[in-house]
Write a protein that binds this ligand. Structure first.
Ligand SMILES: Nc1ncnc2c1ncn2[C@@H]1O[C@H](COP(=O)(O)OP(=O)(O)OP(=O)(O)O)[C@@H](O)[C@H]1O
Ligand SMILES: Nc1ncnc2c1ncn2[C@@H]1O[C@H](COP(=O)(O)OP(=O)(O)OP(=O)(O)O)[C@@H](O)[C@H]1O
Ligand SMILES: [Mg+2]
Ligand SMILES: [Mg+2]
Lengths: 254, 254
């Protein structure tokens, strides 16, 4: 079982879109995929038509607060063949305040027990560097950092990379990562310049084929469909397929 | 002195862009404007070419942790005439874990002492509903909620409105708000449908003239210029000017 975390504390850079699309592409090749939506906002759950704030259901918030001690009862089937989901919703937001010891390793512990049930676990992170994202970094085998190709989004990348290095030291094993440029519009000077800046600053850890801006992405989310279901030939769908093929064959190095 | 908070826990919806543009438009009319960047990511500081993580300078993080007890020493001049800034940077991110009592009212207390120095205070919030955003809501006279006109962004609005109602009850005085649709592209069905959904769900509290998607916005941020300096005739600049004129003349009700 491989665990991939999708994180960046900059908001709106395509974390949820990347998690959803990679999950659906993996499932389309027959892999068993578990998605974890650890963002209190619950975008991935909404995309998959699951209510992250369902009062009747136990959730990831109960796992972090110690009410339940395993993931299995929290997992929902989704409308997408081969993709399951566990989510936490707004109740996750208060976790940062608990400050319980060892809170950073909850996900790693419970995921180890599911190793025979799934081929891939994809974790969609909130736009923060708090205890939720730290959990995902501590547990994952690969960190994907979607980064919008524009000025404001580039600035925060250093903070994200520092946090990754800190978690790598604390957990005592390498934490591979790949920066994935998103929302790229080749016609605008601002995007082209931002992409060049990324290429110069992080040549070895940057996926060189930016995911293009594509209205089909938003349409797919509004319909609850995978990107490939809604628009298999779209530029964004084929860009995500190239990324998946690379990750499956060669691992993280671009 | 009027205090406006710009908040939404959904990421990438235009909070920083809205704060920066409204601040520069207010300053252009001769008002004295103080911006507070309480996002650990520091986008607004970067836009204004100020380093939010300057180790040598005291910052908002010191205010929240109790090291300093007033805002005045934390305020920077910016390249924009009439606009000042205080920021906090990555050190703000650990605040949620302190859980000190009364942490939610720090900003309100220190801002009251600056009432004669500024006409407007604009607070750019992080994409979370933690103690930083609660501080801004507790202290403000008006809450602006930028909301991207698309499916994933609409879903989280209810959470934001519940938090607003909670803070209004706790602080014992009305908390006016206005939902500002952003990143609107009238050519795409997904945007038009999302805007209609907003109009039906929140008719009385929605600004009816969405801020259009406009590449000039990203160019201005990359150059560190105000939107009006970079492209005064752009569709986004005139949309923001309409919003400011309305807020100055009529108050929040759309
Ligand atoms: N390639 C793309 N083309 C067009 N729109 C896109 C693309 N990728 C993402 N988007 C849109 O951009 C917005 C932000 O994407 P998304 O919600 O996936 O980002 P995020 O990083 O998960 O945000 P948050 O920080 O709130 O978690 C959404 O409206 C999404 O539909
Ligand atoms: N009207 C617009 N037209 C085009 N691009 C825009 C517009 N408004 C904002 N943007 C761009 O969208 C991205 C997100 O905007 P911004 O950073 O202001 O959002 P935010 O809500 O502050 O994000 P965060 O959640 O990370 O704080 C930025 O790249 C910005 O330049
Ligand atoms: Mg997301
Ligand atoms: Mg911002």
């Amino acid at each position: 079982m491989k665990i991939w975390a999708v994180a960046n504390q900059k908001g709106g850079v395509g974390k949820t879109t990347t998690t959803a699309t990679l999950a659906s592409e993996l499932a389309a090749t027959g892999k068993r995929v578990l998605c974890l939506d650890i963002d209190p906002h619950g975008s991935l759950a909404h995309y998959l038509r699951i209510d992250p704030d369902d009062e009747q259901a136990a959730s990831l918030a109960d796992l972090f607060s110690g009410e339940v001690d395993s993931l299995a009862p929290l997992i929902h089937n989704t409308p997408w063949q081969g993709v399951s989901l566990a989510t936490g919703g707004a109740r996750l937001a208060t976790l940062d305040r608990h400050g319980r010891q060892g809170l950073g390793r909850v996900l790693g512990r419970v995921l180890a027990r599911l190793a025979d049930d799934y081929d891939f676990v994809l974790i969609d992170c909130p736009p923060t560097l708090g205890v939720l994202t730290i959990n995902a970094l501590a547990a994952c085998d690969l960190l994907l950092i979607p980064t919008q190709t524009e000025f404001l989004a580039l600035k925060g990348l250093e903070g994200m990379l520092r946090t990754r290095a800190m978690v790598e030291r604390a957990r005592g094993r390498p934490l591979d990562y790949l920066i994935v440029p998103t929302l790229f519009d080749g016609r605008t000077r601002a995007c082209r310049q931002a992409f060049e800046t990324l290429q110069q600053a992080h040549p070895d850890l940057l996926w060189p084929h930016p995911i293009p801006t594509d209205t089909k992405v938003r349409e797919a989310a509004a319909l609850g469909e995978t990107l490939s279901q809604h628009a298999a030939d779209s530029r964004a769908a084929s860009a995500y397929r190239d990324l998946i093929n690379h990750l499956l064959q060669n691992g993280p190095a671009p």
